[in-house]
Design a protein around this ligand. Structure first.
Ligand SMILES: Cc1ncc(C[n+]2csc(CCOP(=O)(O)OP(=O)(O)O)c2C)c(N)n1
Length: 685
């Protein structure tokens, strides 16, 4: 049985092995079109799992597309959330949603998020994207079925690199202990992960013996032989008194010669030329409505842009980055500064860098790039953030300078207790890089957009936290934290290219804010501003202060330009790159001098806003003085898929939003003082 009417029990469609092969091939074609239309995503792993996805959704699993929440349906959990397009296509080909709509993959507001979200698309069972959690969820669902005497099955799709997560083995132990014969694990053993071959990054074999020793039945199959796939799934589904794992040997990038077995195709989408070549190789040329799919995606995107534009505050001019002939900026990703510093300072024999399977993208691999003599101090730990965190504490205890980093959400949230107890409580000298912080990570979506990490890091005793504003400041901050600062330290930076607003001469003193003042409009944005250490700055009676950190500093500077140019307001921008320890004196002086303080952070509101507010309210100097405050940041919601700059607009963390809020706050100040308001009416929301 498979796709059925849950009311009558009638089988709606059943596929032969040959038909399944054909469907899987078509699904590969749709997958590549969707990735191409999205211009991002994961080609390699979606292609390796597609035969299994077709067999599960079209033949083996019992479900009803008309009744996605049917209580007796089999559950399919995608622990590898990055293979979301294969999940979406499984649903689409089974009739849960339209095939055409999968082309809306990774677009803003789309149900087809970069990583699956069960609250956005019926048929998606759970929200995943942080590797290693799905099997535990599947254990919970299987236990619930046992409690309710239900007979449905729970399938959980995992990657082989994902087996490095310790949580997988906690779940495996639980499933074995409880003899969950209604649970089927599937490992897409394509032998590759992001940093290379699984056996080199962190060997997980022998997987079958490991699962058996945890009380599982283990089957090994060719994951591209449809007959073997179906037989194994049906055998596992029948149950044998214990959980079953199917270890499926697959090829990453299966079906496209130039993607097969190439690690670089893990997180990459084909361009149009590559798409056409892929479709030819799959024998699908002319078989898919490619133009219609692209047109659908384009039309949807146009509507997204219209909605976003309607939401943006409006001013006399278009002040957006590089929109005009003046105030030009160079854009570079902040993360590059991290890699530059590791390359420059890595000769210190105490420095040891950990790889957590995202090394190139976060630039930590620059530590050993072209420097084979450093290779012994490069330790690949695989996808195992929690153990690596405590191992870093161990290295620090022995006098090393350990550095590790990954997406900020996996570097500072998944392993929070390890950071707290192993590192901070022991006050160990470990540098943690929270890369790809904020919504501007883009189309990967909510699971990959760290918006809470600075709360956690700033809340830990002994921890020091720096959020540099651009690539240059990231390099300086890393130089300082790596070799000069002793103790636990967290540096948070972004993925997207952001404006370069500092240079070699710009001061960077850990724990001390900089004041940035707009002096004139200039050909280059950076030349329009003067930056000083706050302690060297004298009050210029500005209308307000904007306190920002990270890539919100350039936005605050652009807001200062809008405020001056459209309203004649003077702004003191404080670059508070060090969130902990906080430069309270700079905050209090700014509050006293300008009496309007607006914070701007690419984070849930509060990592910056609350310490600033508390510095103001706790200051004896300000007792009894009215200070008007406001906060720009993410307003207690999860992220979304979308292009980085679209998300900056959607989450209302652009310069335009800062400027609009600033005008509102200055309006309050002026009306209290009985002064006339500026042309506030110019801003329309
Ligand atoms: C907890 C966590 N750490 C890191 C990542 C980033 N990441 C996404 S996919 C991936 C590699 C997964 O390898 P594997 O499980 O073998 O999947 P496949 O190669 O089949 O795509 C990593 C490290 C993540 N999503 N979650």
């Amino acid at each position: 049985m498979s796709i059925q009417n849950s009311t009558t029990g009638e089988v709606l469609r059943s596929y032969t092995i040959d038909e399944l092969k054909q469907q899987a091939n078509l699904m590969r074609g749709y997958d590549l079109v969707a990735l191409c239309a999205a211009t991002s995503g994961h080609a390699g792993g979606t292609l390796s799992i597609m035969d299994i996805a077709a067999a599960l959704y079209l033949r083996v699993a019992n479900h009803d597309p008309e009744n996605p929440n049917w209580a007796d349906r089999d559950r399919i959990i995608w622990s590898t959330g990055h293979k979301a397009p294969s999940l979406y296509l499984g649903l689409a080909f089974a009739g849960f949603c339209s095939k055409k709509d999968v082309a809306l993959l990774r677009k803003l507001y789309s149900p087809y998020q970069g990583h699956p979200h069960w609250l956005k698309l019926p048929g998606v069972e759970v929200s995943t994207g942080s590797l290693g959690q799905g099997l535990s969820i599947a254990v919970g669902i299987a236990l619930a079925a046992k409690l309710d005497n239900k007979n449905h099955r729970v399938f959980c799709i995992m990657g082989d690199g994902e087996q490095q997560e310790g949580q997988i083995w906690e779940a495996a132990m639980e499933a074995g202990h409880f003899k969950l014969d209604n649970l089927v694990g599937i490992v897409d053993r394509n032998r590759l992960q992001i940093d290379g071959w699984v056996k080199d990054v962190m060997n997980v074999e022998p997987l079958d013996e490991k699962y058996r020793s945890f009380g599982w039945e283990a089957l090994t199959i060719d994951g591209h032989d449809m007959k073997q796939v179906v037989e194994a799934l049906e055998k596992a589904k029948a149950g044998c008194g214990k959980p079953t794992v199917i270890i499926a040997d697959t090829v990453k990038g299966k079906g496209v010669s130039f993607m097969e077995n190439i690690a670089g195709w893990h997180g990459k989408a084909p361009n149009l030329e590559e798409l056409n070549k892929s479709l030819r190789e799959l024998g699908l040329e002319g078989q898919l409505p490619v133009d219609e799919l692209f047109a659908h995606a384009k039309q949807y995107q146009a509507e997204v842009e219209r909605k976003l534009d309607a939401k943006m505050p409006k001013f006399h001019r278009n002040y957006w980055w590089n929109a005009a002939d003046t105030m030009k900026v160079q854009m570079k990703p902040t993360r590059l500064g991290f890699g530059q510093s590791l390359a420059a300072n890595g000769d210190d024999p105490r420095v040891v860098c950990f790889g957590l399977d995202i090394s190139g993208s976060i630039t930590i691999s620059e530590f050993y790039a072209n420097k084979p003599e450093r290779k012994p101090r490069w330790i690949s730990m695989g996808i195992a953030e929690q153990s690596a965190t405590s191992a870093a504490a161990g290295l620090a205890k022995e006098g090393k300078l350990p550095v590790f980093g990954t997406y900020a959400t996996f570097a500072a949230a998944r392993n929070l207790d390890q950071i707290r107890t192993s590192i901070c409580y022991g006050n160990f000298n470990v540098l943690i890089a929270g890369a790809h912080g904020g919504v501007s990570v883009g189309p990967d979506g909510a699971t990959h957009q760290a918006l809470e990490d600075c709360f956690a890091m700033c809340g830990l005793p002994n921890m020091n936290v720096v959020v540099p504003c651009d690539m240059v400041e990231t390099r300086k901050a890393t130089d300082y934290l790596l070799l000069k600062h002793v103790g636990p330290k967290y540096i948070r930076f972004a993925r997207e290219a952001t404006p370069i607003v500092t240079d070699e001469k710009t001061p960077f003193v850990f724990g001390k804010a900089n004041v940035i003042r707009l002096r004139r409009e200039a050909a280059n944005f950076i030349d329009a501003f003067e930056t000083k250490l706050e302690s060297d700055y004298r009050d210029e009676c500005e209308d307000l202060t904007i306190i920002a950190c990270g890539p919100m500093v350039p936005e605050a500077m652009r807001a200062a330009w809008i405020l001056k140019s459209d309203f004649g307001y003077e702004t003191r921008v404080l670059n508070l790159h060090t969130l902990k320890p906080l430069d309270k004196e700079a905050i209090v002086r700014a509050a006293r001098d300008t009496s309007v303080v607006l914070t701007a952070e690419e984070h849930q509101i509060g990592a910056l806003a609350w310490p600033v507010a508390s510095a103001i309210t706790e200051s004896h100097e300000l007792y009894g003085i009215p200070i008007i405050t406001g906060a720009i940041g993410v307003k207690d919601r999860f992220g979304d898929s979308g292009a980085p700059w679209e998300l900056i607009k959607e989450f209302e963390v652009s310069a335009e939003h800062i400027a609009a809020k600033a005008v509102e706050l200055i309006g309050v100040k002026k009306s209290r003082a009985g002064e006339p308001l500026a042309e506030v009416h110019l801003i329309t929301k």
